[in-house]
Design a protein around this ligand. Structure first.
Ligand SMILES: Cc1cc2nc3c(=O)[nH]c(=O)nc-3n(C[C@H](O)[C@H](O)[C@H](O)COP(=O)(O)OP(=O)(O)OC[C@H]3O[C@@H](n4cnc5c(N)ncnc54)[C@H](O)[C@@H]3O)c2cc1C
Length: 356
């Protein structure tokens, strides 16, 4: 049960921002500056002039510098995608880029999107004391994972007081004094109006490739604008490589971005490295209960191979150490190839053993 805890929201957010600032300095800026052979140009954006040259321009559009190189790595990442919902832009909203600027906790939030980012931030806001409602277009939360996982996360978050509209869509947002009125098309086909103090958009991400002038460089993208590469991270233009969230693929993770960067740069300097997307890296969702997985799900493997032999292992409470630690809540599901017996995927959720 929740207990009464007093805290200062603006100090929490100050602490969070200063941690990020310091980590950025220590782990990235200082590391880059320590190399004599690296020139860092800050406060500018790059765009291609041709397949060998970029120009760097500032916020006002003035060109600050030009650079040419036989090898170029594009690692421009992605940004939150904002769906075209009637009145959303006019009414204002937050995203996973801007929510960190809050100094006062809005009393209520409507989160559009029940994926990892919407749930992690939504639950944190709920734990801090906001009333949180999540609207998700699919019939399950965390649709990329096993139904047993998404369903259990839903149950737990509902028990904590979060509200969910599944198989539902936000139709419009409008201002209502200081608050916002959100019209939701529910799974039954009717509409409901929900009044909240703030809206958080967490409906996925788009690649930062639209302003790069990739046509001038001859770099091809998929229909959504993600850069197409081979497993050697080479793009369609010789000498230009890409890595990270701007690359077309199934999963967008920091670990994968870093590995792709290593593959790209090694290949620039004469290696012949490739990334193996079939062994997808482990991923985690930092809600409570926490969720983690690797490889494919039962549904994915059944589609790929025609059959699957899947097992839900006994509850974690059967593991002696988990029980001793009071951490026996949760389950593990493994996906097995029925012919070879090879494990091709696994997912788990974990939480403390419920009190009896
Ligand atoms: C809320 C949230 C939580 C996440 N949690 C996890 C997690 O728990 N685990 C995990 O593995 N991954 C997580 N991710 C994903 C992870 O952050 C990304 O996969 C990773 O940051 C991708 O790295 P990147 O270098 O490709 O892009 P980024 O980290 O986005 O870096 C790209 C950089 O390029 C800059 N840029 C863009 N355009 C230009 C231009 N034209 N010129 C110059 N610079 C430009 C951008 O400003 C940015 O600084 C999370 C993402 C979000 C949003």
């Amino acid at each position: 049960m929740p207990s009464q805890v007093n805290y200062d929201f603006s100090r929490i957010m100050d602490g969070l921002r200063s941690y990020v600032r310091e980590a950025r300095e220590k782990k990235y800026v200082n590391v880059i500056e320590a190399y004599d052979n690296v020139t860092a140009i800050e406060g500018g954006k790059a765009r291609f002039l041709d397949g060998r040259t970029v120009e760097i321009y500032d916020a006002s559009g003035s060109v600050k510098a030009r650079a040419s190189a036989p090898n170029i790595l594009i690692a421009t990442g992605s940004r939150p995608s904002v769906p075209s919902i009637d009145g959303l832009r006019e009414s204002g909203f937050l995203t996973s880029d801007t929510v960190w600027d809050l100094d006062r906790l809005p009393a209520s939030f409507l989160v559009i999107g029940g994926g990892a980012i919407g749930l992690e931030i939504g639950q944190a806001l709920a734990h801090l004391g906001s009333e949180v409602t999540v609207v998700e277009a699919m019939e399950r939360l965390l649709p990329q994972t096993e139904p047993e996982i998404g369903d259990a996360v839903l149950k737990r978050l509902e028990e904590e007081g979060m509200r969910f509209y599944l198989k539902a869509r936000v139709m419009s947002v409008s201002k209502k004094g200081e608050r916002k009125a959100v019209k939701v098309l529910t799974h039954r086909g009717g509409t409901e109006e929900i009044e909240v103090d703030e809206v958080l958009v967490a409906t996925g991400r788009v690649p930062n490739t639209d302003a790069l002038n990739l046509e001038a460089a001859g770099v091809k993208t998929d229909r959504a604008g993600y850069i197409m590469t081979g497993t050697d991270m080479r793009t369609s233009r010789e000498g230009i490589y890409a890595a990270g969230d701007c690359v077309s693929k199934k999963m967008y993770l920091e670990t994968l971005a870093a590995r792709e960067g290593v593959v790209a740069v090694s290949n620039m300097f004469g290696d012949d490295m490739r990334i193996d997307y079939s062994s997808t890296p482990p991923w985690a969702v930092f809600t409570y209960p926490q969720v983690a997985g690797v490889g494919v799900t039962e549904e994915e493997y059944s589609k790929m191979a025609g059959a699957c032999s899947c097992r839900v292992l006994p509850p974690l409470s059967q593991l002696t150490k988990a029980t001793i630690m009071g951490e026996g809540g949760g389950m593990i599901k493994i996906v097995i190839d029925p012919n070879s017996g090879r494990i091709v995927g696994g997912s788990m959720r974990w939480h403390r053993t419920p009190r009896t």
